[in-house]
Design a protein around this ligand. Structure first.
Ligand SMILES: NC(=O)c1ccc[n+]([C@@H]2O[C@H](COP(=O)([O-])OP(=O)(O)OC[C@H]3O[C@@H](n4cnc5c(N)ncnc54)[C@H](OP(=O)(O)O)[C@@H]3O)[C@@H](O)[C@H]2O)c1
Length: 259
């Protein structure tokens, strides 16, 4: 299916690896020109070179912390009028409520709530004026299915979901949509670092913890990042203009729920 995105421009945040990169690749495969962001310049440049070579689209790399005003300004300076915005950032550290410091709170809220909010504020009016806009926020299944050590993540992301729910109705008639993708367990470095944390608490090795979790999953596997990328590209497509304000769980049925 042609997603109708050829020649569109996208900002994809936190995209040198993992789910952000998978979204960038899926958009590039549809002919979308990209501005990619991550904090560390080397791997980011490498990702940009690789995507440019594989898909033949224009790719610019802007290194910086998307949780900071400077990082966001640098991205917007290179692409002030994107057609597509994929909001993403590293996830907050796991831990117990009592252990979270002021700095932990600031970092989580900056990266996972303030950053997407500020980028939305910067791009939505332009999208509406031009009559096309797609925003996809990569959040987490934790918003719907709590994990006890992921309080910071749940708090920051639930805030973003609440914000999005107040924004969609004003823009849908101008063909601007905003949706959230809620990944369950996906095979990325983030997953491995979470399992390392959990394994330490249980006194077992990370490989053992990963294997045990995989065996518990109904799908008997972790998700592949490209599965998030494909969903993201579809939500950004011309075909998805009637889908907005949705939070779409992609978790291989890992979390039991009534429909
Ligand atoms: N993987 C899962 O199973 C899963 C499940 C639910 C939710 N999520 C959430 O999905 C998001 C992406 O996770 P992932 O698994 O793809 O992680 P990942 O493989 O660790 O990749 C994270 C990417 O984000 C960049 N990044 C991190 N913090 C950033 C910041 N402040 N500003 C700019 N770039 C930043 C990293 O590059 P630099 O380090 O160079 O900045 C890297 O490119 C996270 O918020 C995570 O919590 C993941």
């Amino acid at each position: 299916m042609d997603l109708g995105l050829k020649g569109r421009r996208a900002i994809v945040c936190a995209a040198s690896k993992g789910l952000g990169r998978a979204c960038a690749e899926a958009l590039a495969a549809e002919g979308v020109d990209l501005v990619l962001n991550a904090r560390t310049a080397g791997p980011l440049e490498q990702a940009a070179d690789d995507i440019r070579a594989r898909f033949g689209v224009d790719v610019r790399a802007v290194a910086g912390d998307i949780g900071s005003a400077e990082g966001r300004a640098a991205v917007l300076a290179v692409c002030p009028a994107p057609d597509i915005l994929v909001n993403n950032a590293g996830g907050p550290s796991p831990g117990k409520l009592e252990s979270f410091t002021e700095q932990d709170w600031a970092k989580a809220l900056d990266a996972n709530l303030r950053a997407p909010a500020a980028l939305l504020a910067a791009v939505l009016d332009g999208m509406a004026e031009r009559g096309f806009g797609r925003v996809v926020n990569i959040t987490s299944s934790v918003v719907r299915h709590p994990i006890d050590v992921q309080g910071l993540s749940a708090a920051a992301r639930a805030g973003l979901h609440g914000l999005v729910s107040t924004l969609v109705r004003e823009r849908i008639a101008r063909n601007v949509t905003i949706n959230n993708i809620l990944p369950g367990p996906f095979a990325t470095d983030r997953l491995i670092s979470n399992f390392t944390f959990q394994a330490k608490r249980k006194g077992i090795g990370p490989d053992e913890a990963l294997a045990a979790r995989k065996a518990e999953l109904p799908a008997k596997r972790f998700g592949e990042p490209r599965e998030v990328g494909t969903l993201c590209a579809y939500l950004c497509s011309t075909h998805a203009g009637y889908i907005s304000g949705q939070s779409i769980l992609i978790d291989g049925a890992a979390h039991p729920q009534l429909l």
